[in-house]
Design a protein around this ligand. Structure first.
Ligand code: SF4
Length: 266
């Protein structure tokens, strides 16, 4: 597939249903954002992943973030090969056995060996693997303090990732609005825990994409003319156990995963 020459070439690849699940009002707006390099084609949840991958291989606009992510991933794996995993396990509170370091990711075992190979009970996506490796290499092992803060209050959150709401919270809110099993799935499929309602929300669930990097999802139902709302909160120690880019990757990865799950089962 040759690189797109204009917005309409990208638009032709899309479903044109204007479903809104990507966070844009129309498929045409999404195509424009992809052409400008503001969005990735793979963020259209209705698109065949094969089409997005072929586009990614050849597109000047799409290639940059994908290639950057792949290069970052390769670099982290090389660093793992030079790291004492037993010491790293001690630092971040992981299990170490044989040549593997293992942590629970969303309630499932996720391991890396000394060659940077993965062994997991779940699909190894970049959005999980990069934060996992970053945590193993650089996490300080600070236990959660129990004080929840929004993403914008984490160091580098507001300035570095202004699209957090659009990429993470808005797609998850759309899932929560329409897919009634969302919070049940979080608890029963992904090791989440329903906790006492926080910030006057109607439901609060804590997920553990990494054992000491919890994410709390708070959802407010529509009420007296007010629309529903959904916010993600992080423990204030998140910055010490992950860089802000990896925290963002977890938030957007979770949003994409639950969007796809809702479409399959909703
Ligand atoms: S998710 Fe895909 S099909 Fe839906 S509006 Fe966005 S671009 Fe169009």
């Amino acid at each position: 597939m040759s690189p797109p020459k204009n917005v309409f070439e990208i638009f032709q690849l899309l479903e044109k249903s204007n479903c809104g699940n990507c966070g844009e009002k129309t498929c045409l707006a999404f195509a424009g954002a992809v052409f400008k390099g503001q969005r990735r084609l793979s963020e259209c949840v209705r698109l065949d992943p094969g089409v997005a991958a072929r586009f990614s291989e050849n597109s000047g606009t799409e290639n940059a973030p994908e290639a950057e992510g792949a290069a970052h991933f390769d670099q982290l794996r090389k660093e793992i090969a030079q790291t004492d995993l037993a010491l790293a396990a001690e630092r971040v509170g992981a299990r170490f056995s044989g040549d593997r370091l293992t942590l629970k990711v969303l309630g499932k075992d996720f391991s890396v060996d000394r060659h940077g190979g993965f062994h997991a009970d779940m699909h190894v996506n970049h959005w999980v693997a990069i934060p996992f490796l970053t945590h193993v290499l650089y996490g300080r092992g600070r236990p959660p303090a129990g004080r929840w803060v929004p993403f914008r209050e984490l160091k580098g959150g507001r300035e570095g990732y202004p699209l957090f709401r659009k990429r993470c919270e808005e797609p998850l809110k759309r899932v929560a609005d329409t897919y009634t099993m969302l919070f049940d799935d979080m608890v029963h499929l992904f090791g989440g825990r329903q906790v006492e309602r926080q910030f006057k929300s109607d439901i609060s669930v804590v997920l553990h994409p990494l054992p000491i990097v919890p994410i709390m999802v708070c959802y407010w139902l529509p009420d007296e003319g007010m629309q529903s709302s959904l916010n993600l909160f992080f423990d204030e120690t998140a910055n010490e156990n992950l860089d802000i880019g990896a925290v963002f990757a977890l938030g957007s990865g979770l949003a994409q995963m639950f969007t796809k799950l809702a479409q399959r089962h909703g």
